[in-house]
Design a protein around this ligand. Sequence first.
Ligand code: ATP
Ligand code: MG
Length: 302
Amino acid sequence: MSGFVEKPVPVEVPGLTHLHTGKVRDLYATADGRLVMVASDRVSAFDWVLPTEIPDKGRLLTRLSLWWFERLADLTDNHVVSDTPPPGAPADWAGRTLVCRRLDMVPVECVARGYLTGSGLAEYRATGEVCGVPLPGGLVDGSRLEQPIFTPATKAEVGEHDENVSYATVAARHGEALAAELRERTLAVYERGRAVAEERGILLADTKFEFGRDPGGRLVLADEVFTPDSSRFWPAESWEPGHAQPSFDKQYIRDWLTSPASGWDRAAEVPPPPLPDEVVARTRDKYVEAFERLTGGSPDLG
Ligand code: ATP
Ligand code: MG
């Protein structure tokens, strides 16, 4: 079982049409054809959107994404139009709303991996490859890949897992030219991100981008970029290949949910319980720390 413990109710805003409620973000369309992405404080773990929110997560991740979009602007065009909520939006949308160009999305999750773990590791163990990319022998959980790899996936519904596919599959479905462009752009942006984050003590183990086409047919980076929701963040100082690395942001949540204290049985097909205040506070501190380490600035949450 998986999904929402409590399904969020979309806010009604005059002039906006609600399009979609994701695990973490709510999407609206404006009358003039823009997309409004509102990041909530929702958090997911073990495929569940938890019944407890992490205060300021939406603002921290929105600001981080924006910070990255600006730092990547020489490598890729992006979809951001403004971070000012549309007229009539609730006051608490400030700081967690991005107004974007509405693009024709390419239905490929463009994953780049610079370290081996998760579904990539599982595939490597079974076949020696990830998404058709052969890798050297002897790699273990958390190994660094000198040459980052493009490991696309097809998007799944809420609660389902994305399916890894090969570059050849993307090329067969979407054409060789688009596949090549996606791979090139994904790897260029990832390599920049990995290098920037590494200097600041965070390993961006892997990440997922989404691209769309503008009306002129140009490929534009969309969705969110290098946030802890779209990427694996590992603290550099404790990196040690050979076992699962602690997740920078969600470790306290996972540890608590799998501890006897939570009373939750992951295998029992029941929703997870609310998080205790202490776990919430420590997790929030981690999002703040990620923001501060990466940007070198204070999130100034007011
Ligand atoms: P998950 O929480 O697993 O990511 P989700 O993808 O359903 O679930 P969101 O990520 O919140 O939920 O949804 C964002 C949606 O908006 C995605 O379908 C994404 O492809 C789409 N999207 C992102 N940027 C744009 C854009 N500029 N134009 C059109 N659609 C976009
Ligand atoms: Mg998404």
